[in-house]
Design a protein around this ligand. Sequence first.
Ligand code: G3P
Length: 215
Amino acid sequence: MLFFIDTANLAQIKEAHDMGVLDGVTTNPSLMAKEGIKGKDNVLKHYVDICNIVNADVSAEVIATDYEGIVREGEELAELHTNIVVKVPMIKDGVKALKYFSERGIRTNCTLVFSAGQALLAAKAGATYVSPFLGRLDDISSDGMQLIRDIRLIYDNYAYETLILAASIRHPMHIIDCAKIGADVVTTPLNVITDLLKHPLTDIGLAKFLADHNK
Ligand code: G3P
Protein backbone atom coordinates (compact mmCIF):
# COMPACT_ATOMS: atom_id res chain seq x y z
CA MET A 1 0.00 0.00 0.00
CA LEU A 2 1.27 3.45 -0.89
CA PHE A 3 1.24 6.27 1.69
CA PHE A 4 0.64 9.79 0.43
CA ILE A 5 0.52 12.84 2.68
CA ASP A 6 -2.47 15.14 2.26
CA THR A 7 -1.02 18.58 2.89
CA ALA A 8 0.74 21.54 1.29
CA ASN A 9 2.86 22.12 4.41
CA LEU A 10 6.51 21.75 3.39
CA ALA A 11 7.76 20.94 6.92
CA GLN A 12 5.22 18.12 7.31
CA ILE A 13 6.01 16.76 3.86
CA LYS A 14 9.71 16.76 4.74
CA GLU A 15 9.03 15.06 8.10
CA ALA A 16 7.02 12.26 6.47
CA HIS A 17 9.64 11.93 3.75
CA ASP A 18 12.43 11.70 6.34
CA MET A 19 10.55 8.85 8.10
CA GLY A 20 11.09 6.88 4.89
CA VAL A 21 7.46 5.93 4.41
CA LEU A 22 6.26 8.58 1.99
CA ASP A 23 5.21 7.59 -1.53
CA GLY A 24 3.58 10.83 -2.70
CA VAL A 25 1.70 14.01 -1.88
CA THR A 26 -1.82 15.24 -2.51
CA THR A 27 -2.90 18.86 -2.24
CA ASN A 28 -6.11 20.72 -2.89
CA PRO A 29 -7.07 24.42 -3.02
CA SER A 30 -8.14 24.39 0.65
CA LEU A 31 -4.79 22.94 1.75
CA MET A 32 -2.90 25.52 -0.33
CA ALA A 33 -4.99 28.33 1.23
CA LYS A 34 -4.26 26.92 4.69
CA GLU A 35 -0.56 27.51 4.03
CA GLY A 36 -1.29 31.07 2.88
CA ILE A 37 -0.19 30.36 -0.71
CA LYS A 38 -1.89 32.97 -2.90
CA GLY A 39 -1.55 34.06 -6.52
CA LYS A 40 -0.83 31.86 -9.51
CA ASP A 41 2.97 32.28 -9.52
CA ASN A 42 3.25 31.45 -5.81
CA VAL A 43 0.97 28.43 -6.20
CA LEU A 44 2.99 27.06 -9.12
CA LYS A 45 6.27 27.69 -7.27
CA HIS A 46 4.91 25.89 -4.21
CA TYR A 47 4.14 22.79 -6.29
CA VAL A 48 7.73 22.80 -7.56
CA ASP A 49 9.00 23.18 -3.97
CA ILE A 50 6.97 20.09 -2.98
CA CYS A 51 8.29 18.15 -5.99
CA ASN A 52 11.82 19.02 -4.94
CA ILE A 53 11.27 17.40 -1.51
CA VAL A 54 9.69 14.15 -2.69
CA ASN A 55 10.66 12.36 -5.85
CA ALA A 56 7.17 10.88 -6.21
CA ASP A 57 3.69 11.74 -7.43
CA VAL A 58 2.38 15.15 -6.33
CA SER A 59 -1.28 15.91 -7.05
CA ALA A 60 -1.96 19.52 -8.07
CA GLU A 61 -5.60 20.49 -8.53
CA VAL A 62 -7.07 22.54 -11.37
CA ILE A 63 -9.39 25.41 -10.50
CA ALA A 64 -11.24 25.59 -13.83
CA THR A 65 -14.53 23.72 -14.16
CA ASP A 66 -14.95 23.91 -17.94
CA TYR A 67 -13.27 21.44 -20.31
CA GLU A 68 -11.01 23.95 -22.10
CA GLY A 69 -9.97 25.55 -18.82
CA ILE A 70 -9.23 22.21 -17.16
CA VAL A 71 -7.12 21.12 -20.13
CA ARG A 72 -5.24 24.42 -20.22
CA GLU A 73 -4.52 24.45 -16.48
CA GLY A 74 -3.73 20.74 -16.39
CA GLU A 75 -1.18 21.00 -19.19
CA GLU A 76 0.47 23.95 -17.44
CA LEU A 77 0.63 22.02 -14.16
CA ALA A 78 1.98 18.89 -15.86
CA GLU A 79 4.77 20.94 -17.46
CA LEU A 80 5.93 22.21 -14.06
CA HIS A 81 7.62 18.96 -13.04
CA THR A 82 7.55 15.28 -14.03
CA ASN A 83 6.15 14.41 -10.56
CA ILE A 84 2.95 16.36 -11.09
CA VAL A 85 -0.35 14.49 -11.29
CA VAL A 86 -3.23 16.68 -12.46
CA LYS A 87 -6.13 16.60 -10.01
CA VAL A 88 -9.48 16.95 -11.78
CA PRO A 89 -12.94 17.20 -10.19
CA MET A 90 -15.59 14.55 -10.84
CA ILE A 91 -17.80 16.63 -13.13
CA LYS A 92 -18.81 16.06 -16.75
CA ASP A 93 -16.13 18.36 -18.19
CA GLY A 94 -13.65 16.81 -15.78
CA VAL A 95 -14.37 13.31 -17.10
CA LYS A 96 -13.86 14.57 -20.65
CA ALA A 97 -10.56 16.16 -19.59
CA LEU A 98 -9.46 12.91 -17.87
CA LYS A 99 -9.82 11.16 -21.23
CA TYR A 100 -7.86 13.94 -22.97
CA PHE A 101 -5.01 13.72 -20.43
CA SER A 102 -5.00 9.93 -20.48
CA GLU A 103 -4.57 9.88 -24.26
CA ARG A 104 -1.57 12.19 -23.93
CA GLY A 105 0.20 10.36 -21.10
CA ILE A 106 -0.57 13.03 -18.48
CA ARG A 107 -1.24 11.37 -15.11
CA THR A 108 -4.45 12.33 -13.32
CA ASN A 109 -6.21 12.08 -9.98
CA CYS A 110 -10.00 12.28 -10.16
CA THR A 111 -11.14 14.00 -6.98
CA LEU A 112 -14.40 14.55 -5.08
CA VAL A 113 -15.60 10.99 -5.69
CA PHE A 114 -18.47 9.90 -3.44
CA SER A 115 -20.09 7.01 -5.33
CA ALA A 116 -19.14 3.81 -7.13
CA GLY A 117 -20.72 5.14 -10.32
CA GLN A 118 -18.43 8.17 -10.27
CA ALA A 119 -15.43 5.88 -9.70
CA LEU A 120 -16.48 3.72 -12.66
CA LEU A 121 -16.69 6.79 -14.89
CA ALA A 122 -13.23 7.94 -13.77
CA ALA A 123 -11.73 4.54 -14.59
CA LYS A 124 -13.43 4.42 -17.99
CA ALA A 125 -12.00 7.87 -18.76
CA GLY A 126 -8.51 6.56 -17.93
CA ALA A 127 -7.82 8.31 -14.62
CA THR A 128 -4.51 7.25 -13.04
CA TYR A 129 -5.96 7.63 -9.53
CA VAL A 130 -9.50 7.92 -8.21
CA SER A 131 -10.01 9.69 -4.87
CA PRO A 132 -13.05 8.51 -2.89
CA PHE A 133 -13.51 10.83 0.12
CA LEU A 134 -14.20 8.34 2.83
CA GLY A 135 -14.12 10.62 5.88
CA ARG A 136 -16.56 13.10 4.39
CA LEU A 137 -19.01 10.22 3.78
CA ASP A 138 -18.59 9.02 7.37
CA ASP A 139 -19.18 12.64 8.47
CA ILE A 140 -22.72 12.49 7.04
CA SER A 141 -23.49 9.03 8.51
CA SER A 142 -22.80 7.26 5.24
CA ASP A 143 -20.44 4.25 5.02
CA GLY A 144 -17.23 5.54 3.46
CA MET A 145 -15.45 2.19 3.78
CA GLN A 146 -18.24 0.42 1.87
CA LEU A 147 -17.52 2.74 -1.03
CA ILE A 148 -13.86 1.65 -1.03
CA ARG A 149 -15.02 -2.00 -1.03
CA ASP A 150 -17.42 -1.38 -3.92
CA ILE A 151 -14.80 0.38 -6.03
CA ARG A 152 -12.25 -2.42 -5.36
CA LEU A 153 -14.78 -5.03 -6.51
CA ILE A 154 -15.74 -3.11 -9.65
CA TYR A 155 -12.15 -2.34 -10.66
CA ASP A 156 -11.12 -5.98 -10.08
CA ASN A 157 -14.12 -7.28 -12.06
CA TYR A 158 -12.93 -5.42 -15.14
CA ALA A 159 -9.20 -5.17 -14.43
CA TYR A 160 -9.25 -1.38 -14.50
CA GLU A 161 -5.76 -0.03 -13.88
CA THR A 162 -6.97 3.13 -12.11
CA LEU A 163 -5.51 3.15 -8.60
CA ILE A 164 -7.84 3.61 -5.62
CA LEU A 165 -6.48 6.54 -3.58
CA ALA A 166 -8.53 6.62 -0.39
CA ALA A 167 -8.80 10.27 0.67
CA SER A 168 -10.32 12.27 3.50
CA ILE A 169 -8.73 9.88 6.00
CA ARG A 170 -9.49 10.80 9.61
CA HIS A 171 -7.81 8.18 11.84
CA PRO A 172 -5.53 5.10 11.82
CA MET A 173 -8.39 2.58 11.51
CA HIS A 174 -9.29 4.15 8.18
CA ILE A 175 -5.79 3.21 7.00
CA ILE A 176 -5.99 -0.33 8.43
CA ASP A 177 -9.42 -1.00 6.92
CA CYS A 178 -8.32 0.41 3.55
CA ALA A 179 -5.31 -1.92 3.67
CA LYS A 180 -7.55 -4.93 4.40
CA ILE A 181 -9.82 -4.06 1.49
CA GLY A 182 -6.91 -3.50 -0.86
CA ALA A 183 -7.05 0.23 -1.56
CA ASP A 184 -3.89 0.99 -3.53
CA VAL A 185 -3.09 4.28 -1.77
CA VAL A 186 -4.15 6.24 1.30
CA THR A 187 -3.59 9.97 1.55
CA THR A 188 -3.61 11.24 5.10
CA PRO A 189 -2.56 14.13 7.31
CA LEU A 190 0.83 13.59 9.00
CA ASN A 191 -0.69 12.97 12.45
CA VAL A 192 -2.66 9.96 11.18
CA ILE A 193 0.54 8.39 9.85
CA THR A 194 2.37 8.97 13.15
CA ASP A 195 -0.68 7.71 15.11
CA LEU A 196 0.04 4.30 13.53
CA LEU A 197 3.17 4.18 15.68
CA LYS A 198 1.29 4.31 18.94
CA HIS A 199 0.73 1.35 21.26
CA PRO A 200 0.90 1.49 25.08
CA LEU A 201 2.53 -1.95 25.26
CA THR A 202 5.34 -0.69 23.03
CA ASP A 203 5.95 2.22 25.42
CA ILE A 204 5.76 -0.03 28.53
CA GLY A 205 7.96 -2.69 26.93
CA LEU A 206 10.60 -0.20 25.82
CA ALA A 207 10.70 1.47 29.25
CA LYS A 208 11.28 -1.95 30.86
CA PHE A 209 13.99 -2.97 28.39
CA LEU A 210 15.85 0.29 29.01
CA ALA A 211 15.42 0.03 32.78
CA ASP A 212 16.72 -3.58 32.77
CA HIS A 213 19.65 -2.57 30.59
CA ASN A 214 20.61 0.14 33.07
CA LYS A 215 20.54 -2.21 36.08
O1 G3P B 1 -7.45 16.08 -0.45
C1 G3P B 1 -8.73 15.51 -0.46
C2 G3P B 1 -9.20 15.00 0.87
O2 G3P B 1 -8.22 14.15 1.42
C3 G3P B 1 -9.70 16.04 1.81
O3 G3P B 1 -9.87 15.54 3.10
O4 G3P B 1 -10.22 16.01 5.49
O5 G3P B 1 -10.81 17.78 3.81
O6 G3P B 1 -12.19 15.73 4.03
P1 G3P B 1 -10.82 16.30 4.17
